[in-house]
Design a protein around this ligand. Structure first.
Ligand code: AMP
Ligand code: ZN
Length: 431
């Protein structure tokens, strides 16, 4: 087995011993910010009290609102002159969450990112095209510095503009892309429509993440481009990408436990859930100096995958993100995740790359509409064939989510396509 970093070869005892030492140092460092100084002192979670991993639960959770309230510098633990860059989370409304990084923070982030890419099989000889938006979003520069650190020839293509992406891919013989799942499907379909066969490109690996997607979507992207797709997870509060990444076993994402402590809790009670059960992921930074964040409630739902990974790494694996706790739709008293809908839709070969869930309220009655783009070659079918398809999808959705949605088949490229993360749910019930 081939590793980028010694920490990838650590056994559990070494990982946990390192975590304990780094946790203590992180608590000490965090106390330099007025926010954590007060919070930790109040909770009695001072460096003297947090001696071991078992003491982690003495530390109170940090929420997104805490970070918003501390915007922009309230969590700073170093003089401002030590910071060299900042990034924001991609929330669209209200006060943003900003994280400022020192040069050391950026170096360790780039190392984690390079390690993640290497684990997925990316090598120095690869040409790496990053199709993320650059700027405040961490998927741009975060991934970029990792690919450069690995020694790849890196193309900072940015988001959107399929024609230019294709030209760059062709001209520079791109072998690896970093791309959002929604954009990967869109790009592939656009190329096919223009008579191009995306499988003929020299691409071999897709690093795909930043938003939830299903195993069905992975298979689609893999088949469309004839590549291997690896899931990439991260969030700006924890630097960005490079928190957890899939290895070549493609069965769960290894969380880099030398740099983060992951926990999975019951979002209602805050108590840890039994191994293998779904809950909310909570993360603590262990290698961040400028703005450490302790026990951050990500709102992302996942589970630890029990057992050892065939790749040999002992860093624990999390399952692909099921969705965010705040994405959960409650309709007629039933809890529904958009990914359940996606799983059903993407299993139909007739279904194209885009869909939209709209929740509506008429009087006291709530309903769900699912608009689905149908591939061009199927849209011209007989009305009866289309109606049968529509009914079939509605039935399968009802079996999966326990409410019957209204299914609407629409022509391809008619639903809104965003450049950044896809907006899959419109909730019109409050309007
Ligand atoms: P941001 O901090 O704006 O980059 O957004 C981070 C959020 O994007 C995470 O908290 C997740 O909700 C989502 N996200 C990132 N990567 C993935 C992934 N691989 N699968 C599912 N959701 C993801
Ligand atoms: Zn593995």
């Amino acid at each position: 087995m081939d590793f980028f970093d010694k920490a990838e070869t650590w056994d559990r005892a070494t990982i946990e011993a390192t975590q304990a030492v780094r946790l203590r140092a992180t608590v000490e460092q965090a106390m330099k910010s007025p926010f954590y100084a007060e919070r930790l002192a109040q909770a009695g979670a001072t460096p003297d009290a947090v001696r071991d991993l078992a003491d982690l639960t003495r530390i109170p959770f940090t929420t997104k609102d805490d970070l918003r309230n501390q915007y922009p510098y309230g969590l700073a633990c170093v003089p401002r002159s030590e910071f060299v860059r900042m990034h924001c989370s991609s929330g669209t409304t209200g006060t943003p969450v900003a994280i400022c990084h020192t040069q050391l923070d950026l170096n360790s982030w780039a190392d984690l990112m390079a390690r993640s890419l290497y684990m997925a099989g990316v090598r120095k000889e690869d040409v790496f095209q990053n199709m993320s938006g650059y700027g405040l979003f961490t998927g741009g520069l975060g991934i970029h510095f990792g690919a450069e650190r690995l020694g790849c020839m890196t193309v900072p293509a940015g988001a959107g503009n399929s024609r230019r992406q294709l030209k760059l891919m062709r001209d520079f013989q791109t072998t690896v892309v970093h791309i959002l799942p929604s954009y990967a499907l869109h790009l592939g379909a656009t190329l096919q429509k223009e008579g191009e066969d995306p499988r003929k490109l020299p691409l071999r690996i897709g690093c795909v993440g930043a938003e939830p997607y299903t195993e069905e979507t992975r298979h689609r992207i893999e088949a469309m481009f004839d590549i291997k797709v690896y899931n990439s997870y991260g969030l700006s509060e924890m630097n960005g990408p490079g928190v957890a990444f899939e290895c070549q076993a493609q069965h769960g994402l290894h969380v880099w436990e030398d740099a983060y402590v992951p926990e999975i809790i019951n979002p209602e009670t805050g108590a840890p859930v039994p191994d293998g059960e779904i809950g909310e992921l909570v993360l603590t930074t262990l290698c961040r100096h400028g703005m450490p964040v302790l026990r951050y409630r990500t709102r992302d739902l996942t589970r630890f995958i029990p057992g050892d990974c065939p790749c040999g790494r002992k860093h624990r694996r999390i399952d692909r993100i099921l969705g965010r706790s705040d994405d959960m739709i409650i309709l007629k008293g039933v809890n529904i995740y958009p990914m359940q809908v996606e799983r059903v839709l993407m299993s139909y070969p007739e279904v194209g790359q885009n869909y939209l869930i709209t929740l509506e309220r008429e009087g006291l009655k709530d309903s769900m509409k699912v608009q689905v783009e149908i591939r061009e070659e199927h849209f011209v079918e007989d009305v009866r064939v289309l109606r049968a398809l529509q009914e079939n999808i509605a039935r399968r959705l009802r079996d999966e989510i326990l409410v019957t949605p209204k299914v609407e088949l629409v022509q391809h490229n008619t639903l809104p396509q965003t450049e950044g993360k896809a907006q899959r749910v419109h909730d019109r019930r409050g309007q």
